[in-house]
Design a protein around this ligand. Structure first.
Ligand SMILES: [Zn+2]
Length: 874
């Protein structure tokens, strides 16, 4: 699965609080024959299924997963005898027990069940969606535990079986599923047609998929595999870019994995109502419409990249996740980490000019931030209930797991790593495996201690900070590396803790004076480099999942020659490591700002993006009213020269990286720098784009609309609202307006935005994202938090009540001790089972922000004053 697009990190799908609930091991399924008949007048469906099972021991009952299903009849046939079952339902455990009078003997048997279910509006199970014209469609979203809402089943990932799906649909509606259509015949009756799909490969129930509705498609192929891109009527023209991406990825993966795409065809569909970003159902991937169907000529660079990387992510899952599936959800990180690691790699092979390897470095530094919390979790984490399983789909399962795999690939070398992956997939094709299976295979293939290294990153929470001390004697440099767990909590960090990592790392000195790769296995170890330099970088190549702790002198020295001696990815880490030292008080904020100044001739989009992120954070949380002017001046001095070079208009043939850089630089100048010229030009361009959405490059449009909103009045607000509710905008334009109405500073306008967020005008998939965006706007934090408390019953109901964890996550934007107390009090009586860890993390982040503000604000003031005095200005 791929997390949401505009929405923040947490992705939660259920709030059903339940006790440990695994099926008893009485029988296993071999084949399901399922007929589904959706009824769009009654918003329900009729179902009938025959499950061929293998009974494992004598039993008079069979237990299946089932939720919101009404049983009409259930029988079992074993040998020649058929018996009727008495069905008892356990709502809490989401199980149905079929009890038979006479015991069933081990061996083959078949269950026959007739039932009805509901087309719900909760974006899970077999649910009801509506397109832009209000036409209804039915579609599935089963991961993790919602196949049981569409058919009674052994709904755990290691009960793999084959599926024969049949759909009875209204005439004129398309039906799409995991397999090719085997037959499509008229009837029953005049108004229906019956679509039978071919038998699937052996697969897990959470990967079964179906869509029934009015859709159209564009078609292509790669390596002989048919590929179709579907969407609502009228969207066909917007499917060509996705088709091209899928064709490229198909070729790349067929080559990379050494196993040709293991299914018969690939369908992909963009859906107007969809909770996640996308879902990797076998042979039939479902997406949010905006992440699949785009105007290739007008869409922003960012959206092009998102569409490409999400498609690559879901397609990588066809091998890693679908062909080979984790045994249980505790290893979901192996699915998600692998697909996340692979998404940029596959797209980079097609579009090297996007430099997605730098986004990987940025992603790793972001994930290290999550792992700096006391309440982070190990990558491998036990989970039993649907709520616990759902909370595993977090930044650790995606980001940290991907970063750790990247480190491992760098350590083994790409070809050895690939050979290991290939062997692992061949060993477990159409079956299930665990992380240990993966390590063992990689250790065997590489002859390196992968099975020693990986558990230290997978089973322990947190990440090491590795401090670097050098001692030069003659022409050799003794480099002493010491590791301890990095915490934002300063006292915990100082104390140190017991974790010990085995860290593959590469060292590098300035001026090309020697590079060496080592394996750090102890708390402290000394390695020798063959020459002396003025500094040693501890994460050469920037592929390691750890922080490096340098002395302020070393950072200063690196800053001076960073552009020639360090790669862009290493510069991203240098900025991040320096900021991490500020967070724990080992450096002062002035040291960080001086480093930023040292990099001011850098023109790498990703490096400046990393810097701009911090500069904006400082502006939002650490700058007082007294220092505001001086800080703004400093920001302008730093970034204006770049803005002047770039100008506002794209030059002919300009690269996507330059377009993206322009948007970032104008953004930070307008936001943290409050540069009047930039703000005025942004407003001008906003007016132009409101009159003619095609007239302003979409890559820049997000920035100019955001800045205009930050400085906007009620007239602009009303204009944006009007555009937002007008039909016929492109989806990207819709989200530009949508995002903008969260960025105003006037609390009254923000209150209107919040009311709008919970109104029927906003699709439930977008509702909480908008509330969260207001909360993350420093001018809106208070207003949003008060709104959340006052409207909790409405908010908790959005999307059937399974996504409210997103709002819990958004409270981490609060940087105020009083409000922190309010959040703690409120959620102690308004529990969100899918966000228990998230709440602890949010409270922790608030603590650290308050602490950082109290320590660094005075330091920032004096640094700015000193700058002003020495520069003879301000
Ligand atoms: Zn995924």
């Amino acid at each position: 699965m791929k997390r949401t697009f505009l929405l923040t990190a947490i992705f939660a799908l259920t709030s059903v609080f339940a006790v440990a609930q695994r099926l008893p091991q009485l029988a296993t399924p071999e084949n399901y024959k399922i007929t589904l008949a959706p009824d769009f007048d009654k918003d329900n469906f009729a179902g009938e299924e025959t499950i061929q099972i293998r009974v494992l021991k004598p039993t008079s009952e069979i237990v299946l997963n089932s939720a919101e299903i009404e049983f009409q009849s259930a029988t079992i046939t074993s040998g020649r005898a058929t018996q009727t079952a008495k069905v008892t339902l356990d709502k809490t455990k989401e199980m149905a027990t079929l009890v038979f009078e006479k015991a069933i003997q081990p061996g083959a048997a078949s269950l026959h069940i007739k039932y009805t279910g509901i087309l719900n509006d909760e974006l899970r199970g077999l649910y009801l969606g509506k397109d832009h014209e209000g036409r209804k469609y039915a579609v599935t979203q089963f991961e993790s535990t919602d196949a049981r809402r569409a058919f009674p089943s052994f709904d755990e990932p290691d009960y793999k079986a084959t599926f024969d799906l049949t759909v009875i649909a209204d005439k004129g509606l398309s039906a799409i599923s995991n397999e090719k259509i085997a037959s499509d015949t008229p009837g029953p009756g005049d108004a229906k047609h019956t679509v039978k799909f071919a038998t699937t490969a052996k697969m897990s129930s959470y990967l079964v998929a179906l869509a029934v509705g009015q859709f159209e498609y564009v078609e292509g192929q790669a390596d002989g595999i048919p590929i179709r891109v579907w969407g609502p009527p009228g969207s066909k023209k917007d499917g060509t870019y996705a088709l091209e991406v899928a064709e490229q990825c198909m070729k790349y993966f067929n080559h990379y994995f050494g196993i040709k795409y293991p299914f018969d065809k690939l369908d992909m569909i963009g859906l107007p109502d969809f909770a996640a970003g996308a879902m990797e159902n076998t042979g039939f991937i479902t997406y949010r419409e905006v992440i699949l169907l785009i105007d290739d000529k007008k869409a922003s660079v960012g959206l092009h990249q998102t569409v490409a990387t999400v498609i690559a992510h879901e397609m990588a899952h066809q091998w890693f996740g679908d062909l080979v599936t984790m045994k249980w959800w505790d290893d979901i990180w192996l699915n998600e980490g692998f697909a996340t690691w692979m998404e940029n790699k596959a797209v980079a092979a097609w579009k090297p000019e996007w430099h997605l390897e730098l986004d990987d470095a940025e992603g790793t530094t972001g994930t290290l931030g999550v792992d700096a919390l006391k309440n982070t979790r190990p990558i491998h984490q036990a989970a039993e209930t649907p709520a616990q399983i759902q909370e595993l789909f977090d930044g650790i399962a995606y980001g940290k797991a991907a970063s750790v795999l990247r480190m491992l690939e760098a350590y083994l070398g790409p070809e050895t790593f690939r050979a290991g992956v290939d062997t692992y997939l061949k060993q477990h094709a159409y079956g299930n495996a665990t992380a240990d299976d993966f390590w063992k295979t990689l250790a065997q293939v590489s002859n390196k201690p992968v099975d020693q290294i990986m558990p230290t990153f997978v089973k322990q929470p947190g990440a090491p900070s590795i401090s670097v001390q050098t001692q030069c004697t003659g022409d050799s440099n003794a480099v002493t590396l010491s590791q301890k767990r990095y915490f934002y909590d300063r006292s915990l960090f100082e104390q140190g803790s017991d974790e010990l990592w085995q860290v593959p790392m590469c060292l590098k000195q300035d001026g090309g004076k020697g590079q060496k790769c080592v394996l750090l296995t102890k708390k402290q170890q000394t390695f020798t480099l063959p020459a002396c330099g003025s500094w040693v970088v501890a994460n050469a190549g920037a592929t390691g999942f750890y922080r490096s702790g340098y002395t302020p002198e070393a950072i200063r020295a690196m800053g001076k020659t960073a552009e020639t001696d360090l790669t862009p990815a290493e510069r991203i880490f240098l900025l991040s490591d320096s900021w991490a030292s500020v967070r724990v008080g080992e450096q002062q904020i002035g040291d960080y700002l001086a480093l930023a100044e040292g990099l001011q001739t850098d023109r790498t989009r990703a490096v400046l993006e990393q810097m701009a992120g911090q500069v904006n954070y400082i502006s939002d949380y650490l700058v007082t009213d007294t220092d505001r002017d001086a800080y703004e001046q400093w920001v302008r001095k730093l970034f204006s020269p770049i803005a002047k070079e770039l100008g506002w208009t794209a030059k002919p043939g300009e690269s996507d990286e330059t377009k993206a850089l322009r948007a970032r630089i104008m953004g930070v100048l307008g936001h943290a720098g409050r540069d009047p010229e930039v703000i005025a030009e942004a407003r001008k361009l906003t007016e132009v784009a409101l009159k003619d959405p095609g007239a302003v490059d979409h890559t820049l449009a997000f920035t100019v609309f955001g800045l205009s909103a930050q400085n906007g009045d009620s007239a602009l607000y009303d204009e944006l609202m009007e555009h937002l509710q007008q039909k016929g905008s492109s989806l990207e334009d819709y989200y530009i307006y949508f995002q903008s109405i969260s960025q105003f500073r006037d609390p009254k306008l923000l209150h209107k935005t919040l009311d709008f967020a919970v109104s029927p005008a906003v699709r439930s998939q977008d509702s909480l994202g908008l509330i969260s965006a207001v909360m993350e706007n420093p001018a809106g934090t208070r207003v949003a938090w008060d709104f959340v408390r006052a409207h909790w019953t409405d908010i908790a109901k959005v999307g059937g009540g399974f996504t409210s964890g997103e709002v819990v996550h958004a409270t981490s934007a609060i940087c105020d001790a009083g409000m922190r107390g309010e959040v703690q009090d409120f959620f102690s009586t308004h529990k969100v089972p899918t966000a228990e860890r998230t709440l602890k993390q949010s409270l922790e982040r608030m603590d650290y922000c308050v602490d950082l503000k109290s320590r660094q604000t005075p330091q920032l003031a004096s640094w700015l004053e000193h700058q002003g005095a020495s520069a003879g200005q301000y």
